[in-house]
Write a protein that binds this ligand. Structure first.
Ligand SMILES: [Zn+2]
Length: 324
């Protein structure tokens, strides 16, 4: 499976900053230690261009981000100090989603070991998000004529407010978000479908709501691509999330989202989104589990099916059908 990583673009953070930047390199190392990716399947993505960013963001905001002209207030809202590396990292992380989308269209499934920066709006960033990778990728692929209908499946504990806002009037992209109703952002935007869960929602509540919403969402059109935000923060021991989903529950979420898409022939791009567990290794476990599930599903799809013409039983059946 093709996997894109951008953890070498580390943005300098002050000591004690609450963003777990180390999760990205830890995750990449976990994936690299397995046989999930063949030779040359783990790649550093290219940076998205200004032109691609402008599919989702306005020129004034892009200029401020690139030149470091954001106000103190705008910088505080993002939550990262501005640096050239912050800009490069944001471009690469969005590039990872865009390239993973291209790979998914060719191979069914692919992943970006970053991205899911769903709190970035057309004209501002917030909540550790500078550029909205899902919106950039969906729009860029459409401009290139590769897809016409995209669905964003956002299962991070925080509502995908930036994504909902940017794509609100876009008939080609459907936005779905399942999140903690009382979690940040406190003023929610309107996605095409929102499911707000109560505090403490456990595996049962989370998975039941997700199952129903996925059916509603995936059956409403012939989606040509799904972008899955596999946030690790619905986890019960997350510092920022207010839900109580276990690691097993999140594994079941991954299976449910991935297989529901694949059963309908929809290619899926996985992005990581948030994860702030008390122990960073828990966040890495949850993200790694998503990649593992995807690989398992790809493997199962590669197993020759009963309809394989080399299957003698099937040949016999076909002959019988032709000559009853
Ligand atoms: Zn989150």
């Amino acid at each position: 499976m093709k996997v894109f990583y951008s953890d070498r673009f580390v943005l300098p953070l002050p000591e004690g900053h609450r963003f777990p930047m180390e999760k990205y390199s830890m995750l990449r190392e976990r994936v690299a230690a397995t046989s999930i990716c063949g030779p040359d399947e783990m790649r550093v993505p290219r940076a998205v261009t200004d032109e691609e960013i402008l599919y989702a963001h306005n020129p004034k905001y892009l200029k401020k981000v690139v030149t470091g002209a954001l106000t103190d207030k705008e910088v505080r809202r993002i939550g990262f100090p501005w640096s050239k590396m912050m800009v490069e990292r944001s471009r690469r992380a969005s590039g990872g989603t865009l390239e993973a989308c291209r790979a998914a269209l060719e191979e069914g499934l692919a992943a970006n070991l970053a991205g899911g920066t769903h709190h970035a709006f057309a004209d501002r960033g917030e909540g550790f998000c500078v550029l909205n990778d899902s919106a950039i990728a969906a729009r860029a692929l459409r401009v290139e004529g590769l897809v016409n209908k995209v669905v964003v499946l956002d299962t991070d504990v925080h509502q995908g407010n930036g994504t909902a806002s940017i794509l609100r009037k876009d008939p080609h992209v459907f936005t779905f978000s399942i999140h903690g109703g009382k979690n940040f952002p406190f003023n929610k935007e309107e996605s095409d479908l929102d499911i707000a869960l109560p505090d403490g929602a456990d595996d049962g509540v989370f998975l039941e709501a997700l199952t129903e919403a996925l059916e509603q969402t995936l059956d409403r059109a012939r989606w040509e691509l799904a972008i899955f935000l596999a946030g690790a923060d619905p986890f019960e021991r997350d510092r920022l999330g207010r839900l109580s989903v276990t690691k097993e529950g999140l594994g079941e979420r991954d299976r449910l989202v991935l297989s529901s898409c694949r059963e309908r022939g929809i290619p899926v791009t996985i992005t990581m989104a948030g994860g702030y567990a008390k122990e960073v290794v828990d966040t890495v476990d949850i993200h790694f589990q998503t990649i593992e599930r995807a690989e398992m599903l790809l493997q199962s799809e590669r197993v020759p099916k009963k309809t394989d013409t080399h299957n003698p039983t099937f040949d016999g059946l076909q002959r019988n059908r032709r000559h009853p």
